[in-house]
Structures are given as C-alpha cells and as structure tokens.
Design a binder for this molecule. Structure first.
Ligand code: SAM
Length: 288
C-alpha cells in the first residue's frame, strides 16, 4: 500500500538523495501537493501514465494513489532507483521504472492508450519535450493530455493571448493544435531546494484537428519570422519571406503596419495559407 511508505524526507535521507543541480532537481515533498498535481491530470483510472523525471517519487505516489492503471516512469538519475523500487513493491504490477533519458524513449512501446503524460521536469528539458510532443514525427500525439510543471514565466508563454508580452511562437504552436491552461501555480518554497522563481502546472489537451487550417511548416516559418523581430512592423519583419508581402498581408486583413504580438492565430493561419498558395504558383517562401 502506498500509504504505508515512509515520508519523502525520510526516503531522501535513507538513500542520500541530495538534490543535484546538474539534473535540475527541485523535489516536491508534500504529498498533498503531489496529489493535487496528479488530480490536475484528470481522472487517471483507466489510463496509463508516462511520468518523466520521478526523482524520489512524490508525484509518482500521487499518480498511483489517484488510481492510474499503470505508470511508466523514466529517470535519468540512477540514485533515485532504489527509492522508486520501494514504491513499485508497494503497488505490484502498476509501476515500471526505466533508468534513462526521457528524450530518447518512445513511451508507446511500453504503454497502452489512453496515455496521460505528467511531469515535474527540469525546465529546459520540459520545453524541449513539449515541442517534440507537439510536432511531427510525434504528431498526431500518443498522449491524451500533458500535465507539466514549468517555470511560471514559461507557462504564461504557453497560454498567452495576443497583445501580451508573453505571446509568441510557443503560444501559437501549442494553441494551434491543443487547448492549454494553467491549473496550478506554486511558490518557490513548494520545492526542496527552492528554485529562484515560481512555477506553474499547465494542462494541455490535443484538439482533434488544428484550430484553423494551415500548412505546419509554412505557419512555423511565418510565425518565426514575425516574432524574430517582434518590435518591427510585419511588413518589415516578413519582408524576406515572399515578394510583395504587404499585398499578402492586406489580402488576409492584416495591417502591414501591425506588429506580430497584435495578430491572432486565425490571421497567422490565413497568411500561411495565402503564402502557401503563392508557393504553389511557382513563388517561393524564403527561410526566415
Ligand atoms: N518529479 C520529482 C518531484 O516532483 O519531486 C522530481 C522533479 S525534479 C524537478 C526533475 C527530475 O527529472 C529529477 O529527478 C531529474 O533527475 C530528472 N531528469 C532530468 N533530466 C531528465 C531526463 N532527460 N530524462 C529523465 N529524467 C530527467
């Protein structure tokens, strides 16, 4: 039984799991909090969970206690494995731990859909994994939802709307194919050791189809060019993309003098479709 496991502080002492910076380790030791994060992933009964970076297993315990059918946890730091083995022993057949790098693992070979991904990850790895999970070849997604802890500033960039400083490539890329919202914010003191900044949990569910039609590569190029020079007017920022860009912007109802952060997803998709048409007629969309 999970309830019979010792408190996490004891586990950390017993296995000498002092957090290491090189692994980006900031542990959650409050089991009420890890249960809340697990619940933020929705109903786990009947779902397999892919947990990235379980560390000493606080969130893992939460996932199992909330009824996950099966948890596959991948952890890079071998020191954590004995502590995780104790959790596996308390829940026979429900937890499998793999030592390794989450970036190199294909969870589909180990899990059965529906699959929910839940992770409290080092921030750099989190953003890299999110981008991978949102784009081909990993798209269409193997997952039903992602519940991921990020630095609060990164979480705000994921859910940002036009007109805000946080709005940019990450928001557009995620929101084109998925629904994303912040479900929990946590102060630095929630972690051991405490990081410098606050954190937030983002819950992401995949849409059945992109919100507006567009060719993914063209859209990515347009958005990258627009936000690489976000202070410039779009007629200047997108100049290198296609000849006569001003006319294309006007044709889809975007003022050429507008700046990228004023433009919503729908208009970026319209521009991508228009430029793809130009490409189809023998024109060429330049790399930004
Ligand atoms: N989930 C635990 C918790 O909430 O207390 C630990 C969170 S800690 C922020 C991040 C964990 O991810 C660490 O245990 C670290 O060793 C592990 N980790 C870092 N990079 C990883 C990677 N590429 N693949 C798998 N695990 C990784």
């Amino acid at each position: 039984m999970i309830d019979s496991l010792p408190p996490l502080r004891e586990v950390i002492r017993a296995h000498d799991l002092r957090a290491k910076k090189s692994f980006g380790q900031n542990f959650l030791l409050d089991l009420n909090l890890t249960a809340r994060i697990a619940r933020a992933a929705g109903d786990l009964r009947g779902a397999d969970v892919f947990e990235v970076g379980p560390g000493p297993g606080g969130l893992t315990r939460g996932l199992l206690a909330e009824g996950a059918r099966h948890v596959l946890a991948v952890e890079k730091d071998a020191r954590c494995l004995p502590a995780l083995a104790e959790i596996a022993a308390a829940c026979p057949g429900r937890l499998r731990v793999i030592e390794g790098d989450a970036l190199a693992l294909d969870p589909l070979t180990h899990l059965t859909p529906p699959i929910k991904v839940v992770a409290n990850l080092p921030y750099n790895v989190g953003t890299e994994l999110l981008i991978r999970w949102m784009t081909p070849p990993q798209w269409p997604p193997f997952w039903q939802s992602l519940t991921l802890m990020f630095q609060r500033e990164v979480a705000e960039r994921i859910v940002a709307r036009p007109g805000s400083k946080a709005y940019g490539r990450l928001a557009l890329m995620v929101q084109w194919r998925a629904e994303a919202r912040i479900v929990l914010t946590l102060p630095p003191e929630a972690f051991t050791p405490a990081p410098k900044v606050s954190s937030a949990v983002v819950h992401i569910t995949a849409l059945e189809a992109p919100r507006y039609p567009a060719n993914a590569q063209v859209l990515e190029r347009v958005v990258a060019a627009a936000f690489n020079q976000r202070r410039k007017m779009l007629r200047a920022a997108l100049k290198g993309l296609a000849p006569g860009i001003e006319g294309h912007l006007e044709a889809v109802g975007i003022p050429p003098t507008a700046r990228a952060e004023e433009i919503g997803l729908e208009a970026f998709c319209a521009l991508a479709r228009r430029l793809e048409g130009v490409q189809g007629q023998g024109g060429r969309i330049q790399e930004p």
